[in-house]
Design a protein around this ligand. Structure first.
Ligand code: DGY
Length: 322
């Protein structure tokens, strides 16, 4: 019997490919080329399954080109790059990779928060440029983390992991969320409106999924509510923050600093962000520890092999109607 055909759109760990090759006829991308939408459609056309990442847009046009398709596994917890409604209309299985990246991503929120509030990359750049001649009382004054108020927007798995870290820093924790978090008491965090959070927090961390409803929920109006000493951290998704408005707020001193791991049109950056010193930027590496990335890729692969061997996938976000 011929094996199901799987397209793996990006170069992946060898042990993950080996796992997939036991079940599938795999077409992979060992050169890690970036395919155009047209190229992706052509490669995907004869496939039974796709293993994609967040930069692969899975939309109606792609799905139309793939009449045999049964399943899409994304190697990410976020799935805003997949048109879930279009997948459900076709009865496709869609899976993601929750849990395995939670702690690494929460660590990254704190790494960015510390680098931003304590001006680590800015002062390092200055030092490397040979400017350091003397110590001074007021050199690179930042803002305190210990004892500060941390505002977390989105209290899911990663938001909760960020909150737990906040306890180690003696922080007062407030959060904004669509609904009260079931673990609110354990986290010692208080639910407030998004507006109150922005006004009260010394540091704001965004940890919510991107959707049409969360597009630009942080724009000029919201930034104006924040303290001039505040920092804003985005480890969630580009597009939640209006990057042009943020650049303006950082230039004007509306807020003190920002730490961004994700951008509106990544990998392209808003040019105004590059001109600022009070910003720390990283290339979407929130989950990028070896163990987390391997666990994410392996979970995506296991979702595929479980389903094609006749069992339920481990972490489905869409399943065909029974
Ligand atoms: C995710 O899992 O959604 C991350 O952003 C991908 O790196």
């Amino acid at each position: 019997m011929s094996r199901a055909k799987l397209l793996v759109t990006r170069r992946v760990f060898p042990e993950v490919l080996e796992h997939l090759e036991r079940v599938f006829e795999v077409q992979s991308n060992p050169e890690d080329e970036i395919w155009s939408m047209q190229a992706l459609r052509e490669k995907a056309a004869a496939m039974d399954a796709l293993f994609v990442v967040t930069s692969d847009r899975v939309d109606e046009t792609l799905l139309q080109a793939c009449p045999r398709l049964k399943m899409i596994a994304t190697g990410s917890v976020g799935y805003n790059h997949i048109d879930l409604a279009a997948c459900s209309r076709r009865g496709l299985v869609v899976t993601n990779t929750p849990d395995v990246l939670t702690e690494a991503t929460a660590d990254m929120a704190f790494a960015l928060l510390m680098a931003t509030a304590r001006r680590i990359t800015e002062s390092e750049r200055w030092l490397r440029q040979g400017h350091w001649q003397r110590w001074a009382w007021d050199q690179f004054l930042g803002t305190d983390l210990y004892g500060a108020t941390l505002g977390i927007v989105g209290m899911g798995r990663i938001g909760s992991a960020v909150a737990r870290r906040g306890h180690g820093f003696g922080m007062t924790l407030i959060y904004a969320n669509r609904s009260r978090a079931a673990n609110e008491e354990e986290l010692g965090a208080t639910l407030v409106s998004r507006e109150e959070l922005l006004a009260r927090a010394d540091h704001v961390v965004l940890v919510l999924p991107y959707s049409a409803q969360t597009h630009h929920i942080i724009g000029a109006e919201q930034l104006a509510l924040m303290k001039p000493t505040a920092t804003l951290i985005n480890i969630a998704r580009g597009g939640i923050v209006d990057d042009a408005a943020l650049a303006q707020a950082l230039r004007n001193g509306t807020i003190a600093a920002a730490g961004l791991d994700v951008f509106e049109n990544e990998p392209a950056l808003h040019p105004a962000l590059l001109e600022l010193d009070n910003i720390v930027m990283t290339p979407h590496i929130g989950s990028a520890t070896r163990s987390s990335r391997l666990a994410m890729a392996m979970l995506a692969a296991r979702n595929l092999t479980e389903f094609f061997e006749g069992r339920a996938p481990l972490s489905a976000v869409a399943l065909p109607a029974a």
